[in-house]
Design a protein around this ligand. Structure first.
Ligand code: ZN
Length: 428
């Protein structure tokens, strides 16, 4: 028997079956043509040629590659101005007047070249791969005109081609009303439905349609028109839902049998019930909840009670979630939202894949699925959410190919190179 790559002596975190985490200690995996073709106890592994590439995991945890189902990763500039003003108590209006907020983002996005947008996003993509992400969702919605919306989606496509991770491109033209349409949100929705979405579809740039539905976003009636257009193009829908108020936005996603309703801090029990009925995933985003100093937490207890599965995501964006580390998001999901450690790991694997409609070929360790894998330098998967801002990603494997390995830190050699300093007593 031969494989392209084998992994021996691993704590396989399969995320399947009834056992916690679907854990298989002292497990092994065989990979061929980018897929898992053998999985079971290490002692049962077939005899293979010594030339077969093998990784001895030395008991390390191996999970499915992480799926980050909500991000605004393709952007230029940062939210430093917003950050510094907001932590000293500035209001949204004061931040906007100083050139920050959404207005500043829109202006920067429109002024950016495609090369700049791509170039500034690359370090974040690399950080994500080095944190175990093998599938990433990337939204438009920062330029809000035809040219810049298409440009962001082209960059999302290019990043997916150039880097070892799958990038799902989401059209988020309905993130906010473009400045030209201020006070005329219905006319702006017409523009999205008649001009931008058809162009994005025609150019093969879009995998799903998203919007912002809340008291300060678009109304359910406006979103319904956009969703109907998405459906006419055969695209699934999702929504920034009920983040600031109970707008019933999650129910709208349920009506359209959408993929996920995200945020949900203020969602009602009726909304969670409708989502459960339609199988809509709750996309929980603790980064924004933290950064905005929100005190209302999403109703995780109703989600459990009524059977809505919970995904977690970085929600990487320059203003409310400058975050690229899933293990930190897992920690926040547990500490702030009350998820169990197992729910937090599932949220970035099995459920994250469902939130993107990709569960058929990823999100769990199973024969036949993509060999998207992460080796973590921990002995048990509960350690992933446990430490604060700790990234124990040891190796990331995309479709059977090792694409990232953490470099061992060799303090000794650094001391030798520097010639002086260090922590030894003699130097003090
Ligand atoms: Zn978002």
């Amino acid at each position: 028997m031969t494989f392209d790559l084998i992994i021996r002596n691993a704590t396989l975190t399969c995320m399947t079956g009834a056992r916690p985490y679907g854990l298989l200690e002292r497990g092994a995996l065989g990979i061929s043509e980018g897929r898992i073709v053998w999985l079971g106890p290490d002692q049962d592994f077939p005899v293979v040629s010594p030339a077969c590439p093998a990784i001895d995991a030395r008991g390390m945890v191996v999970t499915p590659g992480l799926v980050d189902c909500h991000s605004h990763v393709v952007h230029v500039g940062d939210g430093l101005l917003d950050f510094e003003l907001k932590i000293t108590g500035a209001t949204r209006e004061e931040v906007a007047a100083a050139g920050g907020g959404v207005g500043g983002l829109v202006a920067r996005s429109r002024a950016a070249s495609e090369e700049q947008l791509y170039g500034e996003t690359v370090p974040r993509i690399k950080a994500m791969i080095a944190s175990g992400i093998t599938t990433l969702e990337s939204k438009s919605g920062l330029g809000l005109d035809l040219a810049s919306e298409l440009q962001v989606m082209r960059v999302s496509r290019a990043l997916g081609r150039d880097f070892p991770l799958d990038v799902q491109s989401t059209f988020l033209g309905a993130h906010g009303v473009a400045p030209e349409y201020r006070g005329r949100p219905d006319a702006y929705i017409d523009f999205l439905v008649e001009r931008v979405l058809p162009a994005a579809v025609q150019q093969g740039l879009v995998d799903a349609v998203d919007g912002f539905c809340d008291t300060i976003g678009f109304s359910p009636a406006q979103m319904t028109r956009l969703f109907a257009a998405a459906r006419s193009h055969g695209l699934p829908v999702k929504l920034h839902a009920d983040q600031y108020s109970d707008a019933g936005a999650g129910q709208l996603v349920a009506r359209f049998n959408g993929l996920s309703a995200d945020h949900l801090e203020y969602a009602s029990k009726a909304t969670i019930g409708a989502m459960a009925e339609a199988g809509v995933v709750a996309g929980l985003l603790p980064g924004a909840n933290w950064m905005l100093r929100e005190t209302q937490m999403p109703p995780v207890h109703w989600m459990r009670e009524l059977g809505v599965e919970m995904a977690l995501a970085t929600n990487n964006n320059p203003i409310s979630s400058p975050l690229t580390m899933p293990t930190m998001v897992m920690n926040m999901g547990c500490v702030r939202f009350g998820l169990t450690a197992e729910e937090a790991v599932a949220a970035f694997t099995r459920v994250g894949a469902r939130a993107l409609g990709l569960a058929a070929d990823r999100g769990t360790l199973e024969i036949g699925k993509l060999a998207d894998l992460v080796l973590w330098d921990v002995a048990h998967p509960a350690e992933l959410p446990y430490r604060i801002a700790h990234n124990p990603c040891h190796t990331t494997i995309k479709a059977g190919v090792v694409c990232y390995r953490a470099a061992p830190i060799q303090l000794q050699s650094l001391w030798e190179t520097a010639g002086e300093g260090g922590f030894d007593n003699d130097a003090r």
